[in-house]
Design a protein around this ligand. Structure first.
Ligand SMILES: *Cc1c(COP(=O)(O)O)cnc(C)c1O
Length: 405
């Protein structure tokens, strides 16, 4: 794949050497993890400059994952909303059904290069677990996935997929029994087994180098979208929209456009049942600066620093902290962050299904809800690219329980 149309942002200088994006990011981990993280950082930056590694990665992204994904003109949605012209970046068409596999492929190739034989990962909705189990199977590596017991119940289909792929799935019974507890357990495993094990973290979050590494494995989304919109429209878009859980699909789309100041960036968080404590997962609405699971960022916490409960109709956005680079982009007003409620999200999901014949994941439906809000306020000669981060098959039962079909 040629990335020649992509600009190299001057902000490629961020994060700094210690993984800081201004006051955010860094490496806040127990002493025992400092050495493995340093080793990972060194090998990652070496691999980035190694053409053989890059060729191998591009080969598997193309032949196994199905890249490049189309940039699709959503004609009926555009007509319906009577505003900006809407394009969808179709990450839902990738193997396993979401953008997560871009990162799983990159990290597992890196693990192979480091001589590791075992992969571990955390997962919330199960999409990262499935992508990681898939790539591990393809390379014949041992794979263990940590998943909260409650998420195992909510996403039973993905648990079965992981098992079919030969992965061991460990349900975690501690605490809220969701993603946060799964991350703790994966970190515990890593400390014990680091000599032959790689921890494939699933989003642009955690201790340095994960936020920068995951961003760079996901920037292929934005690199392609930039080239495609230039081919199809001969100009850059006016607005990019993506949902934000940990932030990897959003930063992957945004990053190659950071230097093009005329392109507005909008991240969409989970507004749940509205912005009241414990009823949402919109970290930029009511969150504050803190440290959680290796990094410093915006976190939903109470006045004693206790992590608050979160809620979202979509398990993939249901996390109390957001990737550090997003906090930095927001401080500098380079990106704007809004939220969509569960009700807006479900309505957007159904609208896209019926107008375009595409059933989006509930995570991605947050981005579509924002398209429905913003497009009518823009003129027909303006362009929006929305990231369709995943497909909705995994969510149909939950949707059917919530709306009368
Ligand atoms: C995991 C997931 C997300 C949220 O994760 P990010 O790191 O914020 O991208 C969004 N969409 C889909 C389909 C997912 O599976």
């Amino acid at each position: 794949m040629s990335n020649t149309a992509a600009a190299t942002p001057a902000s490629e200088a961020l994060p700094d050497q210690n993984g800081h994006f201004g006051p955010y990011g860094g490496r806040y981990v127990p002493e025992t993890l400092m050495h493995p993280l340093q080793e990972l950082e060194d090998e990652y930056f070496r691999s980035q400059k190694d053409p053989e590694f890059q060729n191998e990665l591009q080969y598997y992204l193309r032949e196994f994952c199905g890249r490049p994904t189309p940039l699709y003109y959503a004609e009926r949605l555009t007509k319906d909303l009577e505003g900006a012209k809407i394009y969808l970046k179709r990450e839902d068409l990738l193997h396993t059904g979401a953008h997560k596999i871009n990162n799983s492929m990159g990290q597992i190739l890196l693990a192979k290069r480091m001589g590791k034989t075992r992969i571990i990962a955390e997962t919330g909705a199960g999409q990262h677990g499935v992508a990681t189990a898939t790539v591990a199977a393809m390379f014949g590596m041992e794979c263990t996935i940590y998943m909260g017991e409650l998420d195992c119940e909510r996403q039973a289909l993905n648990v079965l997929r992981m098992k079919m792929l030969g992965a061991e799935v460990h349900p975690i019974t501690a605490g809220q029994r969701t993603l946060k507890e799964a991350v703790n357990e994966a970190m515990r495993d890593w400390v014990t087994n680091v000599r032959h094990t790689h921890y494939a973290l699933g989003t642009a979050y955690g201790a340095h180098p994960y936020p920068v590494m995951v961003r760079n494995f996901q920037r292929v989304i934005g690199d392609e979208a930039r080239r495609q919109i230039l081919e199809q429209e001969g100009r850059l878009p006016n607005l990019l929209i993506a949902c934000v859980g940990g932030g990897s699909n959003a930063i992957g789309l945004f990053y190659p456009f950071l230097e093009a100041k005329e392109v507005s960036l909008l991240g969409v968080e989970a507004g749940g049942e509205g912005i009241q404590p414990e009823r949402h997962a919109a970290r930029f609405q009511g969150g504050s600066l803190g440290v959680l699971q290796g990094t410093r960022s915006y976190i939903l916490q109470d006045e004693h620093g206790q992590i608050q409960l979160t809620h979202s109709v979509s398990a993939g956005l249901d996390y109390a902290a957001v990737g550090p680079e997003h906090a930095w982009l927001r401080d500098h007003q380079r990106a704007e962050y809004d939220y969509a409620t569960d009700a807006q999200t479900l309505a957007a999901c159904l609208k896209l299904s019926r107008l375009e014949g595409i059933i989006p994941a509930l995570e991605s439906s947050h981005a579509i809800a924002a398209v429905i809000d913003r497009a009518p306020k823009m003129s027909p000669d303006e362009l929006i690219i929305a990231n369709l981060s995943g497909r909705g098959d995994k969510d149909v039962q939950q949707i059917a329980d919530k709306i009368d079909l």
